[in-house]
Design a protein around this ligand. Sequence first.
Ligand code: ADP
Length: 429
Amino acid sequence: MFAKIRNHLTIVYSTVMVCFLISFVVASYTGLVWVLYRQEQQDIEVYAKEEAREHSSLLRQKQLSAILPSEEDAESDGDLFHYAFDLNGRQVSSSEPAHEVRAAIREKILTWQEADGEAVLTKVYLPGDKKNYFMLCSIKVYDGEHLLGTVFVGKDITSYYIMLKRLLLVLCMVCLLFLIIATFTGHLLAGRAIIPIKNSFTRQREFVADASHELRTPLSVMLTSVEAIRTDDENTLSSFSEQVLEDMRSEIKRMTKIVSDLLTLARADAGAEILIKEKFDISDIAEKVIRSFQPVAVEKGVKLDFVGINDLFIHADKEKITQLLLILIDNALKYVKQDGKVVLFIKQSSGSKGTVNIIVQDNGVGIPEEQQQFIFERFYRIDKARSRVAGGTGLGLSIAKWIVEAHRGTINVESAVGKGSTFTVSLPN
Ligand code: ADP
């Protein structure tokens, strides 16, 4: 149980840490991308204005000479490049980008639709599934009110993009490293955090075990005394006193059952309840249990049957398996209506060899679907009043679950309100 709590706490710590780390990576990465983007955008817009200023006299000259302008081409200087066009769309000057992207950039310029003087991030696809990133800006060149032409400027920012991608990878790796450290530390801290809980739980468990143990003797003395008074022939009791004695007897019996169930669970929690395994015929045990319940079934007007094969030997704790059958059949009889039916099936599972299935089926009141997950918890009773009248303590199924799990088996319930319940136990043999 504590290992489960510790793992649960570790998962919670790690999940919180993952959320923090992911938020940190997303926030810092997005922030950095935005700052870089804005910086590049501003730089290109400034560069565009400078180029426009520098080209205004050239464009004015070309316009005045009215001859076909001779292109003044040059290789780009670093990642920056520009193109200047006159009003007729003729290129008057350029410093071109790298060869492999020239055609793609020219195509972008021809279809340019963006606002004047505003730098825009543009993706350019190159042969071989390659992608390059450019910051492009177009700006109109004026002579006073008079339009002279257009200048396009751009910068290849692919290297920034690659750098950012690498940075993201490094951030993710650092996060992963921190996550591993956080999980490890979380596991250690969770272990420390549950030490006081563990201690107080142990003390409480010891108290329950001691109290239950101490209560057993006085309770059995009380029960024997009440029985003695009831059966004493020389005692002439009024009908009222007889009723009081009968009520006392049933309450003492109920208390004895609670105390003994509590003791079983406390011992199971402490690991003191040890299984004594032996090979025995489970059908034989099942028949005996069914026989012992027949008077109760007859009294309630319920049909109680056993369906199983003979000589089905299992290697388990005979006493505990008997207790398991007693709990399940007792419950079925408690929650079945008059003229109802309870059947105990013992089968060897057809699928996995060696698994023995114990199935207890009734057509009683049933269990609401949303409550089915809780019925194996201690003191959980769906209808407290009904359970109390039926002599229930809310501990039966917790003990049944413990017995099954101690044998490395499983217990499940299928039920529908008003139709009945089927408890299926699978025990590895
Ligand atoms: P109890 O001693 O009260 O029967 P259990 O732990 O055995 O306690 O069962 C828990 C609850 O599950 C019961 O209070 C009852 O409401 C429900 N329950 C158990 N078995 C059946 C059944 N066969 N049919 C209907 N309800 C059942």
